[in-house]
Design a protein around this ligand. Structure first.
Ligand SMILES: NC(=O)c1ccc[n+]([C@@H]2O[C@H](COP(=O)([O-])OP(=O)(O)OC[C@H]3O[C@@H](n4cnc5c(N)ncnc54)[C@H](OP(=O)(O)O)[C@@H]3O)[C@@H](O)[C@H]2O)c1
Length: 335
């Protein structure tokens, strides 16, 4: 059986280009004892992958050149030589951007999304959903009536973070990169306010939406958006640093000229904490249960943007950095 896979050919500068990747078609080895052959149905493209494509300091080691881009996939078992997995079963794997793979059974997980579509395992019930929920609850700690601001609010993590704070009684203002996303956030998701950071009057919009200042800031983006929010924090504000996507592709983001963040924190007696979802593994199952209940009760709206076909993988990945997605960005590889 032949599969196609995408390897990192060179380290991107700024926005990833097609030539940064090498495609190849190879024949899979036979399935050995304790191994499973999986066909990819959907794969996940995520901002952290861009971070790993560079060599700078990061919490994750850089992705080596010449190997498949690592990442989470939803697949179906085609052949199994392990008693835990049967042909036809849906599984989650970590084998990345390839249309199929022979992997150790121990590297796979069963998929249980209850009444939700199996793709929820890559989004609202996957690590992006768990991140949005736990970083908000554990680091943001919103109280009723707090003003909570979430950046990249129309993205996979942001949608869950924003609705978690709303469900805990806070006033939530989302920041996103288009008027259409802002309308989606207020009309469809039901956030109190939404502000377009690309609008020429962004900071005026932010002032109007946060007339009482900002008690919690959930930062997915860093850069100038974050500078603007930090200018408006209240005494004792909590800042959850979840992501810095504006810094992952620096060529598309101007450098900041601002008061140093530690000075801002000192002036406001504020707390800022980095969040890494892997450090909260023991709480993930409970988080997934809460998220599933909220979706079933209509208290949590989630959505996916799906690119059709494996050949769209790099374009779908790139669109994360230009704001092409609402909710979790997926690539559909097969039915
Ligand atoms: N700490 C953890 O454990 C953890 C786990 C998962 C994810 N994360 C982080 O969480 C963040 C969101 O991840 P996600 O998977 O949910 O992606 P996502 O929000 O679904 O997609 C990325 C979004 O970021 C926005 N964006 C891109 N470039 C930007 C820029 N220069 N300035 C402001 N906004 C920009 C775009 O929306 P607009 O149209 O609004 O620009 C885009 O849709 C990422 O930073 C990711 O690294 C952290």
């Amino acid at each position: 059986l032949n599969i196609t896979r995408i390897m990192l050919a060179r380290r991107p500068v700024g926005l990833p280009q097609d030539d940064d990747f090498r495609w190849e078609t190879v024949e899979l080895p036979p399935v050995g004892d304790g191994q499973v052959l999986v066909d990819t149905l959907y794969l996940s493209v995520d901002p952290y992958m861009r971070d790993r494509m560079s060599e700078g300091p990061s919490y994750a080691p850089p992705q080596a050149l010449g190997i498949v881009i690592a990442g989470t996939v939803l697949g179906r078992v085609r052949e199994s030589r392990d008693s835990n997995f049967q042909p036809g079963e849906l599984v989650l794997g970590g084998y990345g951007w390839q249309t199929g793979a022979v992997v150790p059974a121990a590297s796979l997980r069963h998929v249980d999304t209850g009444p939700l579509a199996p793709t929820a395992a890559l989004g609202v019930l996957g690590s992006t959903g768990v991140t949005g929920y736990l970083a908000m609850v554990e680091v943001g700690r919103p109280k009723p009536h707090d003003t909570v601001v979430v950046s990249a609010a129309a993205g996979a993590v942001g949608l869950v973070a924003a609705q978690t704070a709303r469900n805990l009684g806070a006033r939530v203002v989302g920041i996103a990169g288009s008027d259409a996303k802002c309308t989606y956030l207020t009309q469809h998701v039901g956030l109190e306010g939404a502000v377009n950071y690309k609008a020429s009057d962004f900071t005026d919009q932010l002032d109007r939406a946060c007339a009482q200042g900002v008690d919690v800031y959930f930062d997915n983006v860093g850069g100038p958006v974050t500078d603007a929010v930090l200018d408006r924090i209240n005494r004792g504000a909590r800042i959850a640093v979840c992501g810095q996507i504006s810094q992952h592709a620096p060529a598309v983001s101007p450098p900041s000229s601002h008061l140093p963040v530690p000075t801002i924190l000192l002036n406001h007696g504020a707390t800022m904490q980095g969040f890494m979802v892997m450090n909260y593994a023991s709480q993930a199952a409970a988080a997934r249960a809460t998220l599933a209940r909220w979706v079933n009760d209509g208290q949590l709206v989630y959505t996916e943007t799906t690119a059709e076909g494996f050949h769209e993988t790099v374009a779908a990945f790139r669109s994360l950095f230009t704001g092409g997605n609402i909710g979790k960005q997926l690539v559909k590889v097969a039915d």
